[in-house]
Design a protein around this ligand. Structure first.
Ligand code: TXA
Ligand code: MG
Length: 347
């Protein structure tokens, strides 16, 4: 196929035959969009540097942002020489949270190409719980490097349609496994440091991690903006993420203050990314993303709603600033980046 000709991207249901097709494509160095329980991933053979390089090209991802390596059985870590050693806390975390939405960073093994680790001496490993992800890894007979299957800078995809929207013409296949259960990317923790450091909050909360391994610290970049030139412990945290076309502004306030503030600014150009309970009280176009009491639901719907907002011509979106406890920390972490750290306090 000539590089200049856009390839046709086919959406495949996860039948046995299609999983085999995906596995064969990956074995030959190709890329496949795959569902996971967190978000859709753009997968390639993690042990093949050229295949991995194609992921960066398709996404427009900076080469200094390392990828997560996905496995379908714990024994693959040693079998494929993915890590130099498995620290004792990695065993504890794996036992408690795998298969599931947790990524564990460990000292890098010999088999990991530089393209995966972006030159770091560590590697991120994840064992997803989604049966289709596991089946594709097993069919490919190799661990899969997979970042979120969005174009760099847009919200992570939580449905096959989102992947098609971003990567149509750039990859041969997307496996359609329906909507993702968690809806935000995995929690990332490094055990290459002591105490372990939480680098990205997700469905597994800091409270759950502490319950498993005791003390952990939380990287400054999780809740705060890094100063210019400050080094990110996780390269992905330094990039502006999920920047919607409209200016997203977070409002730190109680219910009533938020509603009054937004209604006082009513115009055709203004919208509200709001809790379900607030929709009836707001006079602007609303984009509800879950109950104010249900952070898991908010996490699940957030990216889809951000993509919906991007299809409008609204120029300003007001959203309540979430809490930073439990799963809310993950919602806060994504929203504060989408808002470019712009918060208005109405205390
Ligand atoms: O849920 C997920 O984790 C999804 C699905 C597809 O598994 N994947 C995902 O990958 O979100 P990605 O590439 O979009 O995000 C990986 C994050 C980035 O912020 C990257 O900088 C960080 O993990 N990361 C990867 N390897 C690292 C390492 N060795 N040290 C520090 N951070 C690392
Ligand atoms: Mg990503």
């Amino acid at each position: 196929m000539k590089a200049s000709v856009a390839m046709e991207t086919r959406l495949l249901l996860p039948t046995n035959e299609n999983i085999k097709l995906a596995g064969d494509t990956l074995k030959k160095g190709g890329l496949v969009g795959i569902p996971t329980e967190t978000v859709y991933g753009l997968a390639a053979n993690a042990l093949d540097g050229n295949a991995v390089k194609a992921i960066f090209d398709a996404k427009g991802r900076p080469m200094d942002n390392p990828l997560i390596v996905h496995i379908s059985d714990f024994s693959q870590i040693e079998k494929f020489n993915l890590v130099r050693e498995i620290p004792s806390k990695a065993y504890i975390l794996a036992e408690r949270f795998w298969a599931g939405p947790l990524t564990i960073i460990m000292p890098k093994g010999k088999a990991i190409p530089d393209e995966v680790s972006a030159g770091l001496d560590t590697v991120a490993i994840r064992f997803p719980s989604h049966p289709v992800t596991q089946a594709v890894i097993t069919a490919a007979e190799c661990p899969l490097a997979a970042p979120s299957a969005n174009l760099s800078g847009s919200p992570s995809p939580t449905s096959a349609a989102h992947v098609m929207n971003d990567l149509n013409g750039k990859i041969p296949y997307i496996i359609d496994g329906g909507c993702c259960e968690v809806g935000l990317e995995s929690t990332v923790i490094t055990v290459a440091a002591e105490p372990p450091v939480l680098l990205r909050p997700g469905g597994i909360t800091p409270e759950q991690l502490r319950d498993a391994v005791g003390d952990i610290s939380i990287s400054q970049a999780v809740l705060n903006k890094l100063n210019d030139g400050q080094k990110a412990e996780s390269p992905g945290m330094k990039y502006k993420h999920y920047a919607p076309k409209a200016n997203l502004i977070l409002i730190k306030s109680n219910d009533k203050q938020y509603i009054n503030y937004v209604n006082a600014r009513k115009s055709d150009a203004v919208g509200a990314l709001c809790y379900d309970e607030d929709t009836d009280k707001l006079l602007v176009k609303t984009f509800p993303f879950g109950s104010k009491f249900d952070y898991v639901q908010q996490a699940n719907r957030l990216f889809d709603v951000l993509r919906t907002i991007d299809k409008t011509n609204l120029t300003t979106i007001y959203c309540r600033c979430p809490d930073t406890r439990g799963t809310a920390m993950a919602v806060y972490n994504r929203l504060i980046r989408a808002a470019g750290f712009e918060v208005i306090e109405l205390a």
